[in-house]
Design a binder for this molecule. Sequence first.
Ligand SMILES: [Zn+2]
Length: 158
Amino acid sequence: MSRTGIGYDSHRFVEGRPLVLGGQVIPHTMGLAGHSDADAIAHALTDAILGAAAAGDIGTHFPDTDDRWKGADSLQLLRAACALVGQRGLGVAQVDVTVILERPKLGPHIPAIRTALAGALGIAVDAVSVKAKTNEGMGFVGRGEGIATLAVATLEVR
Ligand SMILES: [Zn+2]
């Protein structure tokens, strides 16, 4: 038996912060605004994993009013979500992520992002899919104001 969850996250670009996606610092002129490291890949995936277990969302378990998560490495949240669903007898089998951004080009960084996510999730790299696309110049992503991320996680009963 398996269970599937979906996650979504978006963050605004700001100057003076590093761009962190999937636990990797991506060279760029701007970073993402947020209480934690604003890692939109890790946040969308965390919500997908919690969603698959019907276990609430990232804001419930890791509220941005909690100073423990201020500037936090969001891969920690991902590990914590895996532990939480693990207590319910569920384990992550496979994930798929789509990052929507105009720039920078994410392609060269995708292998490192997949490896980092696989490590945090405790699964094989070939069970971690990460894709990037632009928004064809449309909307807030198209104007370069921020990025959006979608994620799907499949959990199996253990
Ligand atoms: Zn976020």
